[in-house]
Design a protein around this ligand. Structure first.
Ligand code: GRF
Length: 223
């Protein structure tokens, strides 16, 4: 199997794009990319990935969904796609490192190659990052490096920017930092509330998360 780690080169991917074109379908050759997805809440990004796989837009397989909040809506979504789920409730672990260690065990059990943080509202530690070096992506609802953190949409509105958007990036130790893979821009409209703006950003998120994973698949095929 090619060494995804060594062969993945950030300069290979499209970099920052506004409304990147989405792949239309994958060529049914090559092993599907084995994904582990981390999500904490609604899971609309999780569903966008699962649907793209079902539609054969993405040559990938979600081996496991890890979630940390009992009752999170993402679990219902996973059931409809017959995807294995695993609850790792952060409240049951003494610290972030212990939670990350438990996640690594589950991800390894499912032979996961790449990890997608799709609305994972926990800070990950060196423990997880070193287990999957340059093989973890995160989606964030702003045009990073602007507005990192949990209140990105509110902060964009507060700053009065006319354009915001969303970013998929490789995960590094510093929160919401790391090489940018794909971005999409979203205009801020008069009268926008955090809810209306976030809803429009999420439409773009669902596109760029799929586009980013497709880029990773393509990069792997080149090796
Ligand atoms: C997204 O807006 C993502 O950018 C942020 O958390 C939200 C998760 O949404 N990190 P969903 O659970 O995928 O619907």
């Amino acid at each position: 199997m090619p060494d995804v780690l060594q062969d993945f080169d950030v300069s290979d991917v499209n970099g920052s794009l506004i409304s990147p074109a989405l792949p239309t379908a994958f060529t049914p050759t090559g092993t599907p990319l084995r994904l582990g997805i981390l999500a904490s809440g609604s899971g609309s990004n999780f569903e966008a990935i699962a649907q793209a796989i079902r539609d054969r837009t993405l040559n990938a397989e979600v081996k496991v969904l890890i979630y940390n909040n009992p009752g999170a809506k993402v679990v219902e979504r996973a059931k409809t796609f017959n995807i294995s789920t695993c609850l790792l409730n952060h409240r049951d672990y003494p610290n972030r490192e212990a939670l990350d260690q438990a996640m690594i065990q589950v991800l390894h059990q499912h032979q996961v190659e790449w990890v997608v943080m799709a609305g994972w509202m926990r800070i990950v530690t060196r423990v997880l990052i070193e287990a999957f070096p340059r093989r973890i992506v995160n989606i964030h609802p702003s045009l990073l490096p602007s507005f990192p953190g949990v209140h990105a949409v509110e902060q964009a509105l507060g700053a009065g920017v006319k354009i915001t958007g969303c970013t998929v990036h490789l995960v590094e130790l510093a929160v919401d930092q790391g090489p940018i893979l794909v971005q999409a821009a979203v205009p801020v409209l008069p009268g926008d509330t955090p809810e209306t703006l976030h809803r429009r950003i999420q439409v773009e998120e669902h596109r760029i998360i799929v586009a980013a994973i497709h880029q990773i698949c393509q990069s792997r095929l080149k090796s």
